[in-house]
Design a protein around this ligand. Structure first.
Ligand code: ATP
Ligand code: MG
Length: 447
């Protein structure tokens, strides 16, 4: 199939807006005689006048050939599918070889050592299970607006899938048969919601029908990938919008079954609004440039439900902090069957919620011992949200904010950490953790 090629004079993508590192990689490949395209979200965002999050480069050079072009590169991934080109410590440009359809799909172990490659005499890869042509690479992508190429040879845009037209019209549309695309990788349904929310796009009718029909298949998606996509979804700056779409398609209850049933099927109820307000808060903080940690996100999202559930336990005599801790951990116990929330994040979420009774007790005067705890900044941010929602405990909030400032802490919505495997928590002894936890969970009337 011949692609539509839009020459430089007829589109708005300028090299000025592409990172110098990505340009170096594109030119490096071109100068070594290879095709070199910018692909994926980068091209989409440049055409929309948005700042791309990252730049993905695709080429007909094999990973080994890419490695030879750039001394500052490393091959990564199973069977060395990708090259990372490094610039300093922080900047990486990912270079992939054009892939054929299905090459993303996990392969059975038995096939992993088979050499799939078939090369033409001039070195161009013709067809194999791994590498493909530019056209194959475009059509294996998820949405038409994500499958545009920017060609460094003549600065043109190459469109195999009608992506430019959809981009102009603001339409999110699966490439190929939408039903098949949902079934072969259900995570794409969550991605669809992210892009529609983030870009403010409408769904192509057939794409929406397919998601509605196949939403239940999300239950069988890979749990770690879902965790990654859920984070990208709620941190995309349009979490509130995304939540509405997830609910509308029935995806929310598949991702988060317990809170899904707590919310019930009818939109607009009190509980539903509570989650929506929490996500609005996340969006607001993101727009202010405050980084929200995953634990704070989950605390905000699930807090309403956990508080109601904990109230039932406290009514039976359970200590409020302990009750919040245990309902949170119990909820995550079930949730991880769908979304693989790392243990560190689960504990941190529980700590943020469990510390709330202590933070507000006696006008915030009893919060000081918590200031040394890693979760304290996030707990203060959570309180900030609660106070805004209820109009109560304003004095306690002022006091704990002052304590936070004294302790030199950042706001929880800015705090780093919470990255699995990085926290200090993992290195501390169980005895230490138990002693420390007892500070957060002490009954309020204890000294
Ligand atoms: P972002 O701006 O959030 O990075 P993106 O479009 O670049 O969005 P990525 O997850 O970085 O999204 O993926 C890069 C590209 O790879 C996508 O634009 C799309 O073309 C392709 N892609 C990613 N995931 C899938 C998938 N599950 N199925 C098909 N193609 C995919
Ligand atoms: Mg990207």
């Amino acid at each position: 199939m011949e692609p539509v090629v839009i020459p430089r004079s007829e589109h708005t993508v300028s090299r000025e807006n592409i990172s110098p590192e990505a340009l170096k990689v594109l030119y490096g490949l071109k100068d070594s005689g290879y095709l070199a395209y910018l692909a994926g979200g980068g091209v989409r965002d440049l055409l929309l006048g948005r700042k791309p999050k990252d730049y993905d480069v695709v080429t007909n050079a094999t990973p080994n050939e890419v490695r030879k072009v750039f001394r500052n590169s490393r091959l990564i991934g199973r069977r060395f599918r990708l090259a990372h080109v490094f610039f300093g410590r922080e900047k990486i440009v990912e270079v992939a070889t054009f892939r054929a359809s299905g090459s993303d799909v996990e392969e059975p172990e038995s096939l992993q050592n088979v050499n799939h490659r078939l090369k033409r005499d001039d070195g161009l890869i013709l067809r194999d299970n791994l590498f493909g042509s530019p056209e194959q690479d475009a059509v294996r992508r998820d949405f038409t607006v994500n499958a545009l190429f920017y060609n460094i040879h003549d600065y043109s845009i190459i469109d195999y899938v009608g992506g430019l037209q959809d981009l102009r019209k603001g339409i999110l549309k699966f490439i190929g048969d939408p039903g098949i695309r949902c079934v072969e990788d259900p995570v794409r349904m969550v991605r669809a919601v992210r892009f529609a929310a983030m870009l403010g796009f409408q769904f192509d009718p057939a794409t929406a029908v397919a998601i509605r029909e196949h939403h239940g298949k999300l239950a069988h998606a890979n749990r770690s990938r879902l965790y990654e996509e859920v984070q990208k979804l709620f941190f995309c700056g349009a979490a509130q919008q995304a939540y509405g779409l997830l609910r509308d398609f029935g995806l929310f209850a598949i991702l988060f079954p317990e809170i899904g049933s707590w919310l019930g099927p009818v939109p607009g109820g009190l509980e539903c609004r509570r989650v929506s307000q929490a996500l609005q808060q996340v969006d607001e903080w993101r727009h202010e440039g405050r980084q929200v940690t995953p634990a704070l996100l989950f605390a905000l999202m699930f807090g309403g439900m956990h508080e109601v559930q904990a109230d039932e336990l406290t009514a039976k005599g359970e200590h409020p902090g302990l009750a919040l801790h245990s309902v949170t951990m119990q909820h995550f116990g079930g949730l991880t069957e769908r979304v693989q929330v790392p243990k560190l994040v689960r504990y941190r979420t529980a700590e943020i919620l469990a510390s709330q009774p202590r933070l507000i007790s006696e006008g915030g005067t009893r919060a000081r011992p918590l200031a040394c705890r890693e979760f304290f900044p996030e707990a203060v941010s959570y309180l900030e949200f609660s106070v805004r929602l209820s109009g109560q405990n304003g004095a306690a909030l002022e006091r704990v904010k002052a304590i936070l400032e004294e302790a030199g802490g950042e706001s929880g919505a800015e705090a780093r950490g919470n990255r699995p495997g990085r926290g200090r928590r993992g290195r501390r002894s169980k005895a230490f953790r138990e002693r420390r936890d007892s500070v957060a969970l002490q009954p309020q009337n204890s000294p």
